[in-house]
Write a protein that binds this ligand. Structure first.
Ligand code: FES
Length: 312
């Protein structure tokens, strides 16, 4: 793991926000926490050794509130957070990472959330409301009772549109929403993979700087052609098998590699590329950053060229 700064926190509140969704307030045991912009997430280091990323729903000078949805096939992260945490439990967290920044320009902003994705968009809505800007938040759930943070959403008034797929005529159509907005609107989406796919399809003709999204729950990416990584600092040359990630190959060779989510969403495994052509598969770098090939996420991205030379 990278040598990032960690903060000791205590669980000071747990609340069931919706069936299977628990919010958890984490308060520093030793003073202030770094400021946390809307849309940021934190790494939570669990006592069972797992590190999981959670969006911050709200933050004060010394606490962050995160929300967790229990997954039926949990590999230990969401199950621990929803079932084993108690008031007073101690955890360690990283500093917030802002891979999903809010532009908050004067024009119109449309926020589109699905399921637990509301956690990232709720603080954006609060900020837009506080600044008196023009915005709407569309929140897709299966049934009205599945909506998390109901009280906080009610406080935001009639700019919140709840779309319950179980209610006739209420189903979310991202395509319709996008088509109805004025030119220059910024769109933000956070939700499951199917929602992100629909969002990207609906916004494909828009300028990329107006389209913002965060993908959660992506599958760890491996698979493809075998290639070789050369580590510029040590001169080591390591093969990366077709079913291995670069991080896997480095760790197998005893090389200390930075990583966290292993899903291409957190940015902690970013490494400089000195030579070669990466096959970018992450959701962190912008299209322009990917085209520049200056850095890559080694937990999921692979190589288009037979060899990559990395600044490791
Ligand atoms: S470890 Fe999170 S993006 Fe690679």
């Amino acid at each position: 793991m990278s040598g990032e700064r960690l903060f000791d926190v205590r669980v000071v509140a747990l609340r069931e926000e919706a069936p299977g969704v628990v919010s958890c307030e984490l308060q520093s045991t030793s003073g202030e926490l770094p400021s946390c912009p809307p849309g940021a997430h934190v790494d939570v280091h669990l006592p069972n050794g797992l590190v999981r990323q959670y969006s911050v729903a709200s933050a004060t000078a010394d606490s962050y509130q995160v929300a967790v949805k229990r997954k039926p096939a949990s590999r230990g992260g969401s199950a621990f957070m929803t079932d084993s945490l108690r008031i007073g439990s101690l955890l360690r967290i990283g500093a917030p990472r802002d891979n999903f920044p809010l532009v908050a320009a004067n024009g119109r902003t449309v926020l589109i959330a699905g399921g637990i994705g509301i956690t990232a968009l709720l603080p954006m809505a609060r900020l837009l409301a506080a600044r008196g800007l023009d915005w709407t938040l569309h929140y897709a759930v299966r049934a009205p009772e599945d909506a998390a943070f109901k009280r906080a959403l009610q406080d935001l008034g009639d700019r919140i549109r709840l779309h319950a797929s179980s209610t006739a005529g209420c189903r979310l159509s991202i395509e319709d929403i996008v088509m109805q907005q004025p030119a220059g609107t910024h769109f933000y989406c956070c939700g499951p993979a199917s929602m992100l796919d629909a969002f990207l399809a609906a916004t494909t003709s828009l300028p990329p700087e107006q389209v913002h999204f965060e993908r959660f729950g992506a599958e760890p990416t491996a698979g493809g052609q075998e290639f070789v990584v050369r580590l510029a600092r040590s001169g080591q040359v390591l093969p990366v098998a077709a079913d291995q990630t670069i991080v896997d190959a480095l760790l197998a060779a005893g090389v200390d590699a930075p990583y966290s989510c292993q899903q291409g969403i957190c940015g902690s495994c970013e490494v400089k590329v000195l030579q070669g052509s990466p096959d970018h598969r992450d959701d962190v770098l912008t299209e322009a950053e990917k085209a520049s090939n200056k850095t890559m996420m080694i937990c999921c991205s692979r190589a288009c060229s037979p060899e990559l030379v990395l600044d490791l």
